[in-house]
Design a protein around this ligand. Structure first.
Ligand code: R1P
Ligand code: URA
Length: 232
């Protein structure tokens, strides 16, 4: 048993989808999985295991930000034997040609987090996606004619930045969008030798100020979920 995930050994599949929002986890389980069963309710951070096209898959909420999410990633990998972690998250666009509901495959994640500063005191680690998962995601999206962009994302420690123009510098260097967990996910996956990919959907734009609703974020971003399930 883990401290924050209280499941029995064997309750959690080797492949886990990871939305930040536990209610997005519930929606994914109820909408896409057969025979889904809830294995965790600790802190309301719901986790479910079921079947997608015969394959056993879990979906686990992970909260907002690296400190919360890494607790769940850690327990999934070290206590429950998870081998493939696929984040299905929302993100804010940093580029004018990337609009609401666009899908992003995170090849790498820059970050404002200091999680790797102690590990690499005089250097900068580059958290990177698993190539096999990324390649499969590209092939699946192309086969289904799901438009996507692949590239560097920013994992920020702050949702509300002091300087709302801060994004322009990142945008100038090609960063596609901002979210709050991927750099932690890729770092932890590398350390433990498991596979990870973040598939994101643009929920708002720092460039245009356009936003989606909380309901949209919870239960309407189906394309990223389909990509995640089909590469699992
Ligand atoms: O929609 P999720 O997966 O939670 O992801 C994004 O949304 C939250 C902020 O609203 C942060 O967790 C950010 O990374
Ligand atoms: O972290 C996030 C997620 C969605 N939109 C943002 O602007 N930031």
């Amino acid at each position: 048993m883990g401290t924050h995930i209280q499941a029995r050994q064997g309750d959690i599949a080797e492949t886990v989808l990871l939305p930040g929002d536990p209610l997005r986890a519930k929606w994914i389980a109820e909408t896409f999985l057969e025979n889904a069963r809830c294995y965790n309710q600790v802190r309301g951070m719901l986790g479910f295991t079921g079947y997608f096209m015969g394959k056993r898959i879990s979906v686990q909420g992970s909260g907002m930000g690296i400190p919360s999410a890494m607790i769940y990633y850690h327990e999934l990998v070290t206590r429950y034997g998870a081998k493939t972690l696929i984040r299905v998250g929302t993100a804010g666009s940093y580029q004018k040609e990337i609009g609401l509901r666009d899908v992003i495959l995170a090849m790498s994640a820059s970050t404002t987090s200091s999680i790797n500063d102690e590990r690499f005191p005089s250097a900068h680690y580059a958290p990177t996606a698993n190539f096999e998962l990324l390649f499969k995601a590209v092939r699946y999206a192309e086969s289904q004619e799901i438009p996507f962009k692949a590239g560097n994302v920013l994992t920020h420690d702050l949702y509300y930045e002091d300087d709302r123009d801060e994004y322009k510098r990142w945008a100038e260097y090609g960063v596609l969008c901002v979210e709050m967990e991927t750099a932690g996910l890729y770092t932890l996956a590398a350390k433990h030798g498991v596979r990870a990919l973040s598939v994101l959907t643009i929920s708002d734009s720092l460039v245009t100020g356009k936003v989606t609703t909380p309901e949209d974020r919870e239960h309407s971003f189906t394309e990223m979920v389909k990509i995640a399930l089909n590469i699992a």
